[in-house]
Design a protein around this ligand. Structure first.
Ligand code: V47
Ligand code: SF4
Length: 393
């Protein structure tokens, strides 16, 4: 086995006389590339300090990916923020009866967004939004077909399991049938949203009326069975306990053992502006970094760990690159409102390729542009950017 640069750092940690025996045993398992148990995961949250967790998670990250840090060039389409559900953490949605306060895009309006990227080297469109009672399966099949007819090479990643669960029930089709219809229309992968916290005690309090854990997992299983890849998220830093986080990650790890269809795990930090949970303080940066590190150590069968910079902010996103993260999502181009409406620092999230690559280099890592399924497009390590590119708004 090659000894990576940080291996001595982990060895030094293990030799500390004061190191807790449980933590030492877990670290030794990780160095032997053995799976850690739910109890080990809990111990890491409860006893691991930021230095210990960071060194171990960084060791795993570098064993898997070296210094490579992936990003892609993408844009989002948010068809609507009108939603039949009432998730208490959501700052973005409007009920159908208040739909004049929200937005509802027609297929033509969404195609205008797609066409506005003609000639630009974007590789992915990410489609996600509220669950509108009148935007149904046929509508989205038509949208996907028009996108693929206009630009066949654009990867269509779309719809959370929450949107799909509603769409399939409304169209009275089974999950497998619904997935077949969308996949044949041109849907290639699914984002990871809607997972929140799977445990029913938490779900009942924060998002009682949408698809439950088993329903969410069944939709991802159906996608994986068709050969589609998907992501998984976890909304953390509100009322959940460490046990709930481990339970969430364990359910995902088990499905991944079965299907190997997940690409990326994306912890999403709860932001508390403009929603029913605004009285709950946001997690500290130390808690955020510890969570990323534990996620990297626990989710041993997930190839990638993503920090979503529009939600975390650029500075924290840079720090996560030393706590297990190897992906920073995409250039986004100011096309998502989910986090700006919930109080994220990034009110107009947009970075050009030079800025995103520079951010990664500043953290001492190698920026690599990828497509949705992690084919490498270009290594930017030795590319020199002009001030004009770096300072562009
Ligand atoms: O499921 C909603 C989250 C998610 C808040 O797969 C909030 O590549 C924090 O899943 N504070 C949707 N989070 C977005 C999503 C996503 C984003 C980027 C990349 C990918 C991917 C997926 O947004 C929802 C919910 O968990 N969310 N409100 C809030 N106040
Ligand atoms: Fe609707 Fe999604 Fe907001 Fe829940 S998080 S209310 S499902 S838009």
């Amino acid at each position: 086995m090659t000894m990576r640069q940080d291996y001595p750092a982990v060895q030094t940690l293990l030799q500390q006389a004061a190191l807790d025996t449980d933590l030492k045993n877990i670290a030794e398992k990780i160095l032997r590339q053995e799976r850690i148990t739910p109890a080990d995961g809990l111990t890491l949250f409860e006893k691991g300090d930021i230095g210990f967790l960071g060194a171990l998670a960084n060791h795993v990250r570098e064993r898997m990916h070296g210094d490579k840090t992936y990003f892609n060039r993408n844009f989002h389409i948010e068809p609507t923020n009108v939603c039949v559900f009432t998730c208490h953490f959501c700052s973005y949605s409007r009920l159908y009866k208040n739909r004049e306060d929200g937005w509802e895009l027609s297929i033509d309006q969404m195609m205008d967004i797609v066409k506005s990227y003609d000639g630009q080297p974007v590789t992915e469109v990410h489609i996600v939004g509220g669950v509108h009672p009148k935007m149904q399966l046929d509508f989205f099949v038509e949208l996907i077909k028009q996108i693929k007819a206009h630009r066949p090479d654009l990867h269509v990643k779309g719809f959370t399991a929450v949107e799909l669960d509603y769409m399939f029930r409304k169209a009275k089709v089974s999950v497998d049938e619904g997935m077949r219809i969308l996949n044949e229309a041109g849907l290639q992968s699914m984002p990871g949203g809607g997972a929140e916290i799977f445990h029913p005690d938490v779900r009942a309090k924060i998002c009682h009326d949408k698809v439950d854990a088993d329903g969410w997992l069944a939709i991802h299983r159906a996608a994986h069975n068709r050969g589609m890849v998907t992501n998984a998220t976890m909304l953390y830093g509100h009322i959940e306990s460490y046990e709930h986080r481990i339970d969430h990650m364990e359910r995902l790890r088990q499905l991944q053992d079965e299907t190997h269809g997940f690409n990326t795990f994306i912890p999403l930090k709860f932001r508390n502006k403009g929603n029913d949970m605004s009285d709950i303080p946001e997690s500290s940066i130390v808690e955020d970094l510890k969570l990323y590190a534990v996620a990297r150590l626990y989710m041993d069968n997930f190839p990638h760990l993503k920090a979503y910079w529009p939600m975390l902010g650029r500075n924290t996103a840079q720090l996560t690159l030393s706590f297990g993260v190897n992906d920073l999502d995409g250039t986004i181009d100011d096309t998502t409102k989910i986090y700006s409406m919930a109080g994220a620092e990034e009110q107009n999230p947009s970075m050009n390729t030079a800025q995103l690559a520079h951010l990664i280099k500043q953290a001492g890592r190698k920026p690599v542009e990828r497509d949705t399924v992690y084919h490498e497009i270009k290594d930017y390590t030795d590319v020199v950017f002009s001030d004009e590119e770096l300072l562009a708004k």
